[in-house]
Design a protein around this ligand. Sequence first.
Ligand code: GLP
Length: 247
Amino acid sequence: MKVIVCADTESVARTAADIVADYASRGATLGLATGSTPLATYAELIRRHREEDLSFAECTAFLLDEYIGLDRGNPQSYYRFIRDEFTSHIDISDERVHSLDGTLDSREELDAEAARYERAIADAGGVDLQILGVGANGHIGFNEPGSPLDSTTRAAELAAKTIADNSRFFDSTDEVPREVLTQGLGTIGRAGHLLLLATGANKAHAVGALTRGPVTPDCPASVLQLHPQATVVLDAEAATDYQANPR
Ligand code: GLP
């Protein structure tokens, strides 16, 4: 695992954008994460598209996860989020941005949707570069603590901590969906390169655990330690536990 500690969030965004741009210019398949952390990176990539001719026209993209129960028009759906914040501002065509359908409600339909997504990723030749944030409890995508390290795309329940953390995007905690569809830890691990971004002091503990702790379902992001090409880009605040505990 390669860990890069940057002075501030702007520098994290530039460092991450350099890596993403290298893949994008080769028409790679990109795995896109939602959450607030990658927003500065997406903004920097949009700037490079507008000002420096960076093109995503040959790229394909797969989202990591989706809330169950939010339709695509809902601004909090990850379908909408990734378009509003990133893909509608670059030259990737909408048909090439794949996502999970969270509007299904029966268990059978959700299982079929998860299987469809696994096949779609495989049919695309796999994800070349997977962008990841990390939850304060160590989750990646929506793989909460306890998720099997070899899990595939599936419906899952959110942890109370994640519901509380993500309630800031909703009018009230009650509006946060309890169930989600997410790529599994095994799915994520099959990407060619994992790029995890973390900023802010509230991520320091999770970053310490994922970089220094044991590989365990208790910290889903610790699977990055098993990956042959994982890059973690941190700002100084998120890096404090990592830097305090040299192995
Ligand atoms: C959500 C997403 C994750 C993301 C996490 C952290 O739960 N499913 O993919 O990494 O939030 O979000 P933030 O970057 O806003 O802290």
